[in-house]
Design a binder for this molecule. Structure first.
Ligand code: C5P
Length: 203
């Protein structure tokens, strides 16, 4: 396929959008960008003293590698730098160029359908209750051997939801034309099925 086809998948932390995005991209042979990693990489740099705007403006592809971007501390730092308009602005061009790749692209994040790709061919908003999301994230972190409690993870999820939904710039919310998928009571297979049904109907 030489044309472009953009799929925007937004939603709060641990709603399942990463899993769905990866699976959709693999199924369709599209490229996938986890845009949260951009904010995590900037957040991680601020933890070692770099100014967030300088970090965003000088971000390099190799900054996105590394397992230490997946920690609760980096997630909080990411959601703090994500409120800064200059940080968001520095990351726009890269995301839009990715979305326009020949062969199709899936981008997941918080503002893909609303700000980055308002003309995306398909927009999904994947959500679930805070308790369900916190339990999933807790299991993921515990499986990796991280020393966290359920209460800490729930508090982390709620703090990020609050910051992401209430910021002035590009707040987390469904685009007017997004299709909502609530994964609270869905298996991974059922959630993927629901996503693919929407995508296939628009191709
Ligand atoms: O998706 P993930 O949990 O890795 O994102 C980390 C943080 O980055 C989010 O809590 C959010 O504050 C920020 N983010 C954002 N816009 C995006 C993707 C992530 O503001 N498109």
């Amino acid at each position: 396929m030489t044309e472009t086809f953009t799929i925007a998948i937004d939603g709060p932390a641990a709603a399942g959008k990463g899993t769905i995005s990866k699976a959709v991209a693999a199924r369709l042979g599209f490229a996938h960008l986890d845009t949260g990693l951009l904010y995590r990489a900037v957040g991680a740099k601020t933890l070692t003293g770099t100014d967030p705007i300088v970090a965003a403006q000088s971000l390099q592809p190799e900054d996105l590698d590394g397992t230490d971007l997946r920690t609760p501390g980096v997630a909080q730092a990411a959601s703090k730098v994500a409120v800064i308009p200059e940080v968001r602005a520095a990351l726009v061009d890269f995301q839009r160029a990715f979305a326009r790749r020949a062969g199709g692209a899936v981008l997941d994040g918080r503002d893909i359908g609303t700000v980055i790709c308002p003309d995306a061919d398909v927009k999904l908003f994947v959500t679930a209750s805070a308790e369900v999301r916190a339990e999933r994230r807790y299991q993921e972190l515990a499986d990796k051997g991280m020393d966290v409690t359920r209460d800490e993870v729930l508090a982390d999820v709620k703090a990020r939801d609050d910051r992401d939904m209430n910021r002035a710039e590009a707040p987390l919310k469904p685009a007017m034309d997004a299709v909502l998928i609530d994964t609270s009571d869905l298996s991974i297979e059922a959630a993927l099925e629901a996503a693919l049904k929407e995508i296939v109907s628009r191709r």
